[in-house]
Design a protein around this ligand. Structure first.
Ligand code: MF3
Ligand code: CO
Ligand code: CO
Length: 275
């Protein structure tokens, strides 16, 4: 306890830059997501944009937490029933596929981490609804963030919204503190009870990144050491932002011109032109 770092003004400035760059990679890649492209080609485009245009470092490449093998690519691309950590490869995108692209950049030593859902052509009604509910889950969680709130408040609202829609929350993976380190304390569970777990304080930075399954919550790990799928082969969706706890509430750091604004259900004030 008490080991959640409080970022300095200098850290926060660095995290704003890294967050914006991560979001801008997603803006950049969106037009390339079409039938016929492989996930490896999308990864290569993102890699080259980070390295050659942004002068940022793709954090996933060779990332190797304890017990893992080094991650072989610059991005995670998780298609259809892949929950997270999909490794880009020779898979060809086809009409109706839905995918999450998860980008983490390092800029001047700071990490920015964000992911969005995309559809190839026309997704099914189910896939579209799952993505929308998951987007709402992320924003409902973010909307709870302010000093004095608890991590359990975030998890609770996400779980409520997902389960009310008939979906389930993945338990094995969670949001995380982030800064000069990719994954640090706290763990941000996407389920839980209000008023439980760590109290939020201004200057904390962490991600909110719910993984929501259309079927059961259980997962299975693939033999590549990274890819996680739903056990029942149901669809899974995820959205992610990196967020700062401010004196009055929160500031989303992974912002870009192409990001989707908060949904009405989250009752987040629209950013003002003077902010
Ligand atoms: N970006 C993921 C997250 O949101 C982590 C990916 S780790 C990797 O925490 F090695 F698979 F890239
Ligand atoms: Co993350
Ligand atoms: Co991520």
């Amino acid at each position: 306890m008490g080991s959640i770092s409080i970022k300095t003004a200098e850290d926060i400035a660095g995290m704003r830059v890294a967050g914006r760059l991560a979001a801008e990679v997603l803006d950049y890649i969106e037009p390339f997501i079409k039938p016929g492209v492989t996930t490896e080609e999308l990864d290569r485009l993102c890699h080259d944009y980070m390295v050659n245009v942004q002068d940022s470092i793709p954090a996933p490449l060779n990332y190797c937490p304890p017990g893992y093998t080094p991650y072989p690519k610059a991005t995670c691309i998780s298609l259809n029933d892949i929950v997270c950590h999909g490794i880009p490869g020779d898979k060809v995108l086809k009409n109706g596929d839905v995918l999450n692209i998860d980008i983490t950049v390092i800029k001047n030593g700071y990490h920015g981490d964000t992911s969005r859902m995309f559809a190839v052509g026309e997704p099914s009604i189910l896939a579209r609804r799952l993505s929308e509910i998951t987007f709402e889950c992320m924003w409902l969680g973010i909307s709870k963030i302010k000093p004095g709130a608890h991590l359990g408040d975030i998890g609770h609202v996400i779980q409520q919204h997902a389960e009310k829609a008939g979906y389930s929350v993945v338990r094995e993976f969670c949001g995380h503190g982030i800064g000069k380190v990719f994954h640090e304390e706290p763990q941000v569970l996407h389920y839980g009870r209000p008023g439980t777990l760590e109290e939020l304080k201004a200057g904390m930075i962490f991600t909110v990144e719910p993984m929501i399954n259309s079927g059961r919550r259980e997962i299975r790990a693939m033999g590549d050491g990274w890819t996680i799928k739903t056990k029942d082969r149901s669809l899974s969706a995820q959205w992610e932002h990196t967020v700062l706890v401010t004196e009055t509430g929160f500031e989303v750091l992974t912002v870009s011109p192409g990001m989707r604004p908060a949904p009405a259900i989250a009752q987040v004030p629209a950013p003002s032109a003077t902010a």
